[in-house]
Design a protein around this ligand. Structure first.
Ligand SMILES: [Zn+2]
Length: 123
């Protein structure tokens, strides 16, 4: 009788541990999941990329005056090739902060990261 009670207690405690553990995991992933890059061309949202789930990808964005090659690596986004004269967007490198957008004025392309982290400084 005593032994069964002890086993039940162990079962209940392990259940609580598993429950709290998975709850914490859900909370932590949800917080991280809120990091998305949004790409605008001529004030129109053309692409939304989840920076947590996407990694090591390259794709082309059709800007107002030409194409830009956008790359995603290490959960950050950057323009690696563009036809604009000053190459400002390429020189901005890779971003992962919500308060530092990539702008290509020549192609009217605007890349911004949105997220719900504690360090979020939305404009
Ligand atoms: Zn540019």
């Amino acid at each position: 009788m005593k032994k069964t009670l002890r086993n039940d207690l162990i079962l209940i405690i392990s259940l609580i541990v598993v429950l709290v553990g998975s709850l914490l995991a859900v909370l932590l992933t949800r917080k991280k999941n809120n990091l998305v890059a949004k790409i605008y061309v001529k004030d129109e949202l053309v692409q939304t990329i989840d920076l947590v789930k996407t990694n090591d990808t390259e794709f082309i964005i059709h800007g107002a005056n030409g194409d830009l090659v956008v790359s995603i690596k290490d959960h950050s986004i950057g323009v690696i090739e563009a036809n604009c004269p000053h190459q400002d967007c390429v020189h901005m490198g890779f971003i992962k902060e919500t308060n530092r957008p990539i702008i290509c004025a020549y192609n009217q392309v605007y890349i911004i990261i949105e997220g719900n982290s504690n360090y979020d400084l939305s404009i």
